[in-house]
Each structure stands twice: as structure tokens, then as C-alpha cells.
Design a protein around this ligand. Structure first.
Ligand code: 2AM
Length: 177
């Protein structure tokens, strides 16, 4: 009998806003995207690294690696909006990528590699997806920049059910230094 494939979980490392920042991001999204179906407020985040579907052993490796990261807290300013035509995504993000964010993303990419995952070849573009499958016409206007103090990072599981993907935060690690 063929061996059953090992169960996997779809994981990503992310920055998750606290309630105050979440409300500010949601206000921006509501103003910019009056008509489009928006990403729900509790799903707003910045992906740091994307392991994708992994086995339990790889997950353990990723968690151990994340726990060894030594990186300082940092601040960022979400002050820029963009549109990617191919996935038809509207997003917002920081114009300036702080040193601390580079350090964290570089460290996480290294952890993924150490755990045997294919290295990410695309340059890192921090973004908060506000809506998918929308037309460029729905992007309009300036917005009040949102300051965000990053004090920790999370491991999140994306679970797909008939109602769409749910994001379940599994663990978080404090930034210190
Ligand atoms: P998105 O915000 O641009 O959609 C869960 O799916 C999270 O992982 C989402 O934030 C999504 O980014 C990101 N993600 C999905 N597929 C990805 C991939 N192949 N590479 C990097 N990030 C990905």
C-alpha cells in the first residue's frame, strides 16, 4: 500500500497589528475602497516570510529558528498605497523600510533555508493587502499615514474552509535588543 502523504500546515510569519493600529488601517481601507470587498480587519497583516505548506518536523524547525532570532524592535510608517495589476491587489505599506525590518526578514529567510525550504528569490516588498481582485479604479486619494511600533512577530496558519481562508495565529516572539 502506498504511504499516506504526511499532513502539512500552510504557514507564514507576519507582523500583526494591535487593536489601535488595526483600526487605523481599517479606516484607511474603508476610505480608499468604498465599493470593493475588503480583506476583513482581523486579517490585516504584513507577511515577513512565507514557508507555505510544511510538515510538523519543518514547523518545529521553523519555530526553533524563529526563537533564536535576536532582533531589536522598530517603528514603521504605513504611508504608501500601491496596486499590483496581475493579482489585482490593492495594498498599503511603508515607503521607507526600516533597518529592523530588513534584519528580521533576512533572519527569517535564513531560518527557512536552514529548514530546507527553497530560498525566496523575489525582493521583499512589505505590504498590507487591503483587497484582492479589484480594478485600479478603486484606488484613489491620499491617506493619513499610520505609525506602527513593531514589538513582536508571529507565526500564523492559513486554514482554508468553504468560507475562505482563516488566519490562526499560532505563536509570537518578542523583539528585543
Ligand atoms: P498577500 O498579502 O500578498 O496575499 C497568507 O496567504 C499570506 O501569505 C498572505 O499575506 C499572502 O500575501 C502571503 N503569501 C501567499 N502566497 C505567497 C507566496 N507564494 N510568497 C509570499 N507570500 C505569499
Amino acid at each position: 500500500m502506498p504511504a499516506r502523504p504526511e499532513p502539512t500546515r500552510r504557514l507564514f510569519f507576519a507582523l500583526r497589528p494591535d487593536e489601535t493600529v488595526r483600526q487605523s488601517l481599517e479606516t484607511v481601507a474603508a476610505k480608499r475602497l468604498r465599493k470593493a470587498k475588503r480583506v476583513p480587519a482581523d486579517k490585516l497583516h504584513i507577511t515577513l516570510a512565507f514557508p507555505g505548506s510544511v510538515t510538523q518536523a519543518v514547523q518545529q524547525c521553523l519555530e526553533a529558528g524563529a526563537g533564536r532570532i535576536v532582533a531589536p524592535p522598530f517603528d514603521l510608517l504605513v504611508d504608501h498605497a500601491g496596486y499590483w495589476p496581475r493579482p489585482r491587489i490593492v495594498w498599503i505599506g511603508p515607503t521607507r523600510i526600516p533597518e529592523g525590518l530588513w534584519a528580521l526578514v533576512t533572519a527569517l529567510r535564513q531560518v527557512l533555508e536552514e529548514c530546507g525550504l527553497v530560498p525566496e528569490s523575489r525582493p521583499y516588498q512589505p505590504h498590507i493587502t487591503l483587497a484582492r481582485k479589484v480594478n485600479p479604479g478603486s484606488v484613489a486619494g491620499e491617506f493619513e499615514p499610520v505609525p506602527w511600533s513593531i514589538r513582536n512577530f508571529s507565526l500564523v496558519e492559513s486554514v482554508t474552509d468553504p468560507a475562505g481562508a482563516k488566519y490562526l495565529p499560532l505563536r509570537f516572539w518578542e523583539l528585543e535588543g
